[in-house]
Design a protein around this ligand. Structure first.
Ligand SMILES: C[S@@+](CC[C@H](N)C(=O)[O-])C[C@H]1O[C@@H](n2cnc3c(N)ncnc32)[C@H](O)[C@@H]1O
Length: 346
């Protein structure tokens, strides 16, 4: 069975047996499968398909982030969480951004930390966690207009907004109304901000017990490093360091890749790092005891004018990234699923 048949089969099953399925595949999962599957149509690479089977097997839809962000890991999140170690007691997401991986992972009983050096971003996260209704009320009657966008950008750059919820609402508008969420230029695209309110409320519940930090990566790693800690890190890509603002004096510099590597090599806990596939990064981390895997995903920005364009990324870890997949006791196969769906149809 090919991937599109699987998708059709799932969708049909959902429609015909809406009230009687024991372990239903939620619409969000089907929607996500569609993205994963259509993302693989142009390639023989089997990573995303593996990821989608894991999603079905778990029967749990990954939650979406309430925002978009440059370098967000939406397309890779299932593959990344499938590469997590089997056991850990503390989860620390060091370069948080839109938190696609945090929102994808199951909360579990462990301690979770979300960190980002951008203070506007962590203020927004705190407001989503602690004052979601106030934030929604501030967003309810905002306008998607160039004049307002430029005014908000100026106010934030001058540090002229003392109220935390107002600052969060302004920053959220910059994210939602800027081109490719780059915060710089007004996109001039239709966007229904009310449609984001349910995901803000959902994120509020998911973040309830998450500790939010606003620190440089080295400080947060040293603070939370223990043998039972697990760090997921998604730093600015090599040679795209300047994409991120409000992250300290000089921003993230090329030397920070070396500083990051040095910090990780000395740590007690486990780490999983995602990077662009650049020879420099391969050389930096090509060391004994370090696992490196190459994965492909659709290039979100170039996709707009170059359909099917793929982007290679590296997953780098100081443990065996396959340990979770190898331990899966039973993984439902595509054939099993087709058989099950056919039985349900009759
Ligand atoms: C590639 S993005 C992370 C994207 C995220 N994984 C997602 O799914 O949206 C990198 C993030 O690192 C943050 N950052 C930059 N320099 C940092 C530093 N020195 N310490 C911690 N975070 C930093 C940026 O603000 C940005 O949000």
């Amino acid at each position: 069975m090919d991937e599109m048949t699987l998708l059709n089969c799932l969708t049909r099953r959902r429609r015909s047996k809406r009230n009687t399925i024991k372990n239903p595949v939620p619409d969000a999962t089907i929607h996500q499968l569609h993205g994963l599957i259509s993302g693989t149509a142009a390639t023989s690479h089997d990573g995303p398909v593996t990821a989608c089977v894991q999603l079905i097997g778990g029967g749990v839809a990954a939650m979406d982030s309430f925002m978009s962000w440059i370098g967000g890991k939406k397309a890779l999140r299932s593959m990344i969480t499938a590469s997590f170690p089997v056991h850990f007691e503390r989860y620390i997401e060091v370069f948080g951004g839109a938190g696609w991986v945090l929102f994808c992972k199951q909360p579990g009983n462990h301690f979770e930390v979300f960190n980002d050096y951008n203070g506007y971003l962590t203020n927004l996260y705190r407001c989503v966690r602690d004052q979601p209704q106030e934030l929604i009320e501030r967003l309810r009657f905002v306008l998607n207009s160039r004049v307002d966008f430029e005014r908000i950008k100026k106010t934030l750059s001058q540090g002229a907004c003392a109220d935390a919820v107002e600052r969060a609402a302004m920053f959220y508008q910059l994210i939602r109304y800027s081109y490719a969420s780059g915060l710089k230029s007004y996109a001039g695209q239709p966007h229904d901000i009310w449609a984001n309110f349910p995901s803000i409320e959902q994120a509020h519940r998911r973040l309830a017990k998450v500790v939010i930090e606003n620190k440089d990566f080295e400080k947060v790693i040293r603070q939370y490093d223990r043998p039972e800690s697990f760090f997921y890190l998604d730093p600015p890509y090599y040679e795209t360091e300047g994409y991120y603002f409000n992250v300290g004096e000089g921003g993230f510099t090329p030397q920070d890749h070396i500083r990051l590597c040095g910090t990780l090599m000395g740590m007690e806990g486990k780490f999983l790092l995602s990077y662009n596939d650049h020879p420099y990064i391969g050389e930096l981390y090509g060391r004994p005891g370090i696992w490196i895997e190459r994965v492909s995903r659709i290039n979100n920005i170039r996709q707009r004018y170059d359909g099917g364009c793929l982007f290679d990324e590296l997953l780098i870890a100081n443990y065996n990234m396959r340990e979770r997949a190898n331990r899966q006791p039973t993984q439902i196969s595509l054939f099993d699923y087709e058989k099950q769906a056919a039985q349900d149809e009759t």
